[in-house]
Design a binder for this molecule. Structure first.
Ligand code: CP
Length: 304
């Protein structure tokens, strides 16, 4: 039985295969509409979500399966003191696969040790968000037609932004990838990502706090929200939350085929005047998320 806790749980070959299946699903929706007949997916969300939970639910429904679950810890027996381990053992009796988001880093890993059905990490604290990364890779493949030879700007909260940590880990396995890490000094990428991922794999990167400095070199600009829920001090959040606001003027030197991405939700970091720019891919990205999650459900349920 396979789980997806960390993006490294999948080989590059497996990721490329998931992308191919997702592209086939996009092109042949009807072919997949009964693949999960009789199967149930449980969504256990101990933290808020719009895209991840609803795209997983839509993915399972489009595969012919059914969904159950909860969208906040307060509506589950966790609020009475039940452990994650016990919750998982019980929900495994009612479902064939479990998608779980939890504020504690490592909680989905612990859950997977106790589970009788596959567990998918839908985000654990400031740690990882592997299905967002699969979404991002499908978006890049579809929009740029390649996953290698790319200069990727990552902008915003690189300290707490789990989507950025997973994306760097995944993209570091492709050829000729360069990163431009754009953040205020308080929100720079964690040292362990630099040492264990970037340095270890000899990946070229530079750091700046100026969003325009390398704009003309970027193939991808991946904007992120400042993660309010991870701050210990509200004053720091208020000081940093609007540090970057991408607008048309800041894009003046950008390539015409730049792909602007954002895992969403957006707060202020991309001005709405960018939404109708042909380079804005973030709403398409959210849609791609459903298709790659369909491919992932099929893989973990071992359905061809
Ligand atoms: N991108 C993402 O994880 O969005 P949600 O928090 O809405 O699931």
């Amino acid at each position: 039985m396979r789980n997806l806790i960390d993006i490294k749980d999948l080989s590059v070959e497996e990721i490329n295969n998931l992308i191919e299946v997702a592209k086939d699903i996009i092109a042949n929706r009807e072919k997949y509409s009964h693949k999960c007949d009789g199967k149930k997916l449980a969504t256990l969300f101990f933290e808020p979500s719009t895209r991840t939970r609803l795209s997983f639910e839509a993915a399972m429904m489009e595969l012919g399966g059914k969904v159950l679950g909860f969208s906040e810890a307060s509506s589950s027996s966790v609020s009475k003191g039940e452990s994650v381990a016990d919750t998982i053992r019980v929900v495994g009796c009612y479902s064939d696969i479990i998608v779980m988001r939890h504020p504690k880093e490592g909680a989905p890993f612990v859950a997977a040790q106790k589970s009788t059905v596959p567990i998918i990490n839908a985000g654990d604290g400031g740690h990882n968000h592997p299905t967002q990364t699969l979404t991002d890779l499908l978006t890049i493949q579809c929009e740029k037609n390649r996953l290698d030879n790319l200069t990727i700007g990552l902008c915003g909260d690189l300290k707490f932004g789990r989507t950025v940590h997973s994306l760097i880990t995944a993209m570091s396995r492709y050829k000729n990838i360069k990163f431009v890490l754009i953040s205020p000094k308080e929100l720079t990428i964690p040292e362990y990502i630099k040492k264990e991922v970037l340095d270890k794999n000899n990946i070229q990167y530079c750091e700046t706090n100026d969003i325009e400095e390398y704009m003309g070199e970027l193939d991808i600009l991946y904007m992120t929200r400042v993660q309010k829920e991870r701050f210990f001090n509200e004053a720091d959040y208020i000081r940093l939350k609007d540090y970057y606001i991408l607008n048309k003027e800041k894009l003046e030197k950008a390539k015409q085929d730049l792909c602007i991405m954002h895992p969403l939700p957006r707060v202020n970091e991309i001005s709405t005047d960018v939404d109708d720019d042909k380079r804005a891919c973030y709403f398409k990205q959210a849609e791609y998320g459903k298709f790659i999650r369909m491919a992932l459900i099929l893989k973990l349920l071992e359905i061809n």
